[in-house]
Ligand binder design. Structure first.
Ligand SMILES: C[S@@+](CC[C@H](N)C(=O)[O-])C[C@H]1O[C@@H](n2cnc3c(N)ncnc32)[C@H](O)[C@@H]1O
Length: 255
């Protein structure tokens, strides 16, 4: 069971989909939208839109920002199993909260993750897991330092950091530039943020912006360097004309 003594700065929260998440007192924010639900949000805002475009590929490199409770990584493996995919997946996931990762083997995950018990245990112990199909690597440290060190070219980016209001340095134009450098030409980025400042930061780095709508879910953002089918295109030039005060976040304002 969850041990509150080990994690005094976090509280367990039950989401509306029945899955558990944490509330971070440090960032004053839950790890997931408690309304959308941790598992539901991972699947609907990140895994499904990304895999709708990428699941035919034999091998995928995924950047999961940041690992936290690992829902996005574990939901990816769940989706692959549910859909009998043979896709080989290498997940790279920065995270600076080492104690959190080590505690994950006792976190009360939803039953959908029961088949992942051995993988969760390995990650909690070694911050690493590998078998024939999956490699999961926690990049222990600050994402701003870890992302530029990545040498793999990335197919999918799950941008799931704490909100721009509470963790702005993971949403700046400069951080998106670092992400763009390691992304493949046809990479896809998913994020729950629909804020104009965030979309502008992505757009200024060459990403086209799209709206993703899922059932029982607030809409979210998908971004790609190429035009993509199945999502609603957002004309950022028009947005800029309509919202002349919107600006991307910049490192210099938060350092
Ligand atoms: C919203 S939670 C991520 C939720 C996660 N995707 C999940 O499914 O559980 C944000 C995570 O980012 C981590 N974090 C915040 N700032 C970071 C940074 N600069 N570098 C690395 N990790 C960071 C926090 O420790 C926290 O675990």
């Amino acid at each position: 069971m969850y041990d509150k003594v080990l994690r005094p700065k976090k509280e367990l929260v039950l989401c509306e989909d029945g899955s558990n998440t944490l509330f971070s007192k440090e960032f004053n924010e839950p790890y997931h939208s408690t309304k959308d639900g941790a598992l539901h949000e991972s699947l609907e805002k990140h895994v499904k839109p990304a895999f709708s475009l990428k699941q035919s590929l034999p091998k995928l490199n995924i950047l999961d920002l940041c690992f936290g409770l690992g829902y996005n990584t574990f939901a990816t493996l769940y989706y692959i199993k549910q859909n009998n995919l043979q896709t080989k997946v290498h997940i790279l996931s920065p995270e600076f909260d080492e104690a959190l990762i080590h505690s994950l083997d006792s976190f009360d995950f939803p039953p959908e993750f029961d088949f992942l018990q051995a993988i969760i245990k390995a990650i909690a112990k070694n911050l690493y897991y590998e078998d024939e199909q999956f490699t999961i690597e926690i990049l222990l440290g600050d994402a701003r330092e870890e992302v530029p060190k990545i040498t793999q070219k990335i197919d999918i980016i799950y941008q799931d950091a704490f909100s721009p209001a509470h963790n702005p340095l993971l949403w700046t134009r400069e951080f998106f530039a670092d992400i763009a450098k390691i992304a493949k030409d046809d990479a896809i980025l998913t994020t729950y943020s629909t804020a104009a400042a965030i979309r502008l930061g992505l757009y200024e780095n060459g990403f086209y912006i799209f709206i993703h709508r899922a059932e029982l879910m607030r809409f979210s953002t998908v971004a790609s360097f190429k035009m993509i089918e199945g999502f609603e295109y957002v004309d950022m030039e028009l947005k800029k004309i309509r919202n002349t005060t919107a600006q991307s976040l910049r490192d210099k304002d938060y350092q």
